[in-house]
Design a protein around this ligand. Structure first.
Ligand code: HEC
Length: 137
């Protein structure tokens, strides 16, 4: 009986782990696919890797900058599915940019991400300066 119980527990733990890793909560997907550069707390390592705090929310006032979030190479070329990438970016916006998001902000949809990420930015900085501003401005 004790043995059956521990086998059951092991099975449950396994299922739980598998779900955490594959069904991918946005936080776990962020840790797996983005945190290597942007760090686990998303504070980045400026000037080499930008922070993902506060400014992304302000960017959402500009249409072109919605797409920018998934056209930068780190996003666009990640192994995440379109739906999972949308979830990660929406999570970043809510988790670290809630204070700067416009009130009428709408979450990025999977279709929007799917179309946008195909147009990977060859020069993300130039696009950022044209449609938004340089870092630290
Ligand atoms: C290999 C390192 C690396 C990885 C992995 C990475 N990024 Fe980045 N990210 C960068 C760098 C460097 C920039 C600056 C623009 C550029 O040169 O691509 C950047 C820029 C960004 C920006 C724009 C920030 C701004 O202020 O302009 C966003 C949003 C972003 N990344 C999101 C992500 C997400 C989401 C993931 C995971 C799916 C990710 N990145 C994975 C290195 C990375």
């Amino acid at each position: 009986m004790v043995r059956r119980h521990s086998q059951m527990m092991a099975l449950l733990m396994g299922l739980l782990l598998a779900q955490l890793v594959s069904a991918g909560s946005p936080r776990i997907n962020y840790l797996l696919h983005c945190s290597g550069c942007h760090l686990p707390g998303a504070e980045g390592n400026p000037p080499n890797v930008p922070t993902l705090h506060h400014e992304l929310g302000r960017m959402m006032n500009v249409h072109e900058m919605r797409e920018y979030l998934v056209r930068v190479p780190g996003s666009a070329q990640s192994a995440l599915s379109d739906a999972d990438l949308a979830a990660v970016v929406n999570w970043l916006l809510i988790e670290f940019n809630a204070d700067t998001l416009p009130p009428e902000f709408e979450l990025l949809s999977t279709d929007e991400v799917s179309a946008a990420r195909k147009a990977i930015l060859a020069n993300p900085l130039e696009y950022r300066i044209t449609h938004w501003r340089n870092y630290g401005e």
